[in-house]
Design a protein around this ligand. Structure first.
Ligand SMILES: Nc1nc2c(ncn2[C@@H]2O[C@H](COP(=O)(O)OP(=O)(O)OP(=O)(O)O)[C@@H](O)[C@H]2O)c(=O)[nH]1
Length: 514
């Protein structure tokens, strides 16, 4: 099946396959690298959110422990001046110990400062309108409350309020204990993460309030994210499924980003890390582009030189084919020359040379097989007169016509040979043929020539005729020579001529043995 295709075809297929493989492998490698990069990106996001949630949990927890302690003291020791001084000292110590704390404050049920870590008693500040204050006044729960970030009235800095409710002995609302966490404390930590120029991290409340974002966004911090794709996605999840990642549009600039989520363990907050896929893939794209150019150039060079190679192979094939054709033509010319060297130009019959060779071969064969070899010698009657009367070329024509007829009537067995013996004499060699068989052949030829009715005014018959002498021999080695057979046929021919021509004469007796 494969033989149907040329070497040029296979060479072209090979070059094509190599080029395609080169490009294919490169494409496959690029896609694999892209997948690995995206997986790496997810790992980075997961690590960042793990660290962020841990830090936020620890930071709030430390402040909350301080709050719980203050609540417990005030509720047990009361709000007398000595008790409040002890609480104040404790609060100052806590603020010094905890770098995330800006201040600790205790408010009465009307929102007025009772005591704080700053040692200032300014009744002008009333925080009864703050979200956390309203929350505790309206909620009897004793747990911590992480409020909405605000700009502190006392320090002018962005703070995250963490608070607990103070109860009076009768269980009614007695005020609020507040810890203000420094937003910058979180930001400094968030800045240590490399999430790329277009990446961002954020701390968000489970209620959908943006607590903090890095890069910092003054206009959005404290605002609602309830309508964002990010929040909608997160709020549909629950439990462990909330630690996840997804490609979502950023609420900040609408760009597609990989968003990684993780909830805080102890507080109703979660953190997100948003990584820009475009940014992450930028270097990959650059590398892929550069490498693809290289691969394409390589493939083009391979294709170019491959084509040249194929052309060379093709050329070689063509040259070989031409050489084959030339060799065949030469062989054919040689065969023609050989044939011409062995045949007679006028009649197309075998020439004397071939006759001698064949006679030699057949004579030997007849000796080996003890066969009888017959020979007929034919001569056109009064041919000299024909030439004289009709011209030499007309004589040639007669010779051609007679030869054609003789060839047609001579048996075609292997070894049978019709040859122009010389002049206007034609000899027929018939191996393995007895005298009667050869005579029949000669007689058939004689009659046929006569019936051709070729006019010959120089002959008493009026038409071209011929005479034939037939002889046979069963040669024996060392006894007979091949010339004996020809001589016997020649003598028979002479006899035919002497007897009046236009007849067949047989050699009076077979060539004698010994
Ligand atoms: N046109 C032509 N004539 C040839 C050719 N070869 C031999 N001859 C002529 O054939 C003639 C043979 O004549 P001869 O052998 O004397 O005898 P003939 O005239 O045939 O008479 P018989 O043989 O006795 O009947 C000669 O005149 C040759 O010149 C040839 O190739 N072409």
């Amino acid at each position: 099946m494969f033989k149907r295709f040329t070497i040029t075809f296979w060479a072209t297929v090979f070059v094509g396959v190599v080029c395609l493989s080169l490009v294919g492998v490169d494409v496959w490698r690029s896609l694999t690298m892209r997948d690995e990069l995206l997986q790496e990106m997810e790992r980075l996001g997961a690590n960042v959110t793990r660290a962020m949630s841990q830090q936020a949990d620890d930071t709030i927890k430390a402040a909350d422990i301080a709050l719980a302690d203050i609540v417990e003291r005030i509720e047990t020791e009361g709000q007398g001046a000595p008790a409040l001084r002890r609480v104040e000292r404790q609060m100052v110590a806590q603020v010094i110990n905890l770098p995330q704390l800006i201040g600790l404050y205790v408010y009465d049920e009307d929102g007025r400062w009772i005591v704080n870590s700053r040692g200032v008693q300014n009744q002008a500040y009333n925080n009864a309108d703050r979200e956390y204050f309203i929350y505790h006044r309206t909620h009897s729960g004793r747990g911590p409350h992480v409020g909405i970030p605000v700009v502190s009235r006392s320090t002018g800095k962005w703070i995250i309020p963490v608070s607990r409710r103070l109860d009076k002995p009768d269980g009614s609302f007695g005020g609020v204990v507040l810890a203000t966490l420094d937003v910058d404390y979180f930001r400094r930590f968030y800045q240590s993460f490399d999430v790329g120029a277009r990446g961002a991290v954020a701390l968000i409340s489970n209620g959908g309030v943006l607590m903090l974002r890095q890069p910092f966004d003054n206009g959005r911090v404290g605002g609602s994210m309830v309508d964002s794709e990010l929040f909608r996605h997160y709020s549909q999840l629950s439990g462990a499924a909330r630690t996840t990642s997804a490609f979502l549009h950023s609420f900040h600039d609408g760009q597609m980003r990989l968003m990684c989520f993780r909830p805080l363990e102890h507080y109703p907050l979660f953190v997100t890390a948003a990584l820009s896929r475009d940014e992450m893939l930028e270097r990959w794209r650059r590398d892929t582009f550069t490498r693809s150019i290289g691969v394409l150039v390589l493939a083009a060079l391979l294709g170019f030189f491959g084509k040249r190679l194929v052309d060379q192979i093709k050329l070689r094939g063509e040259v070989e084919a031409e050489l084959r054709t030339a060799r065949d033509a030469l062989e054919s010319a040689n065969r023609t020359l050989e044939r011409q060297a062995m045949s007679d130009g006028l009649t197309g019959l075998a020439n004397r040379r071939q006759f001698d060779v064949t006679l030699g071969n057949e004579f030997s064969r007849a000796i080996r097989h003890e066969d009888t070899l017959a020979f007929i010698m034919i001569d056109v009657d009064y041919f000299k007169q024909y030439n004289d009367r009709y011209g030499h070329s007309a004589g040639d024509e007669v010779l051609r016509a007679v030869s054609k007829l003789i060839r047609a009537l001579t048996p075609k067995r292997p070894g049978d040979l019709t040859a122009r013996y010389g002049g206007e004499e034609i000899g027929i060699l018939l191996p393995n043929t007895d005298l009667a068989g050869a005579q029949a052949v000669a007689e058939r030829i004689r009659q046929a020539v006569e019936q051709l009715q070729l006019p010959h005014q120089g002959s008493g018959f009026g038409v071209v005729t011929l005479s034939a002498g037939v002889a046979t021999i069963t040669p024996q080695r060392g006894v007979h020579l091949q010339g004996m057979l020809v001589e016997a046929a020649d003598q028979a021919l002479y006899a035919a001529k002497s007897a009046g021509r236009n007849r067949v004469s047989l050699a009076t007796e077979a060539v004698p043995a010994g």
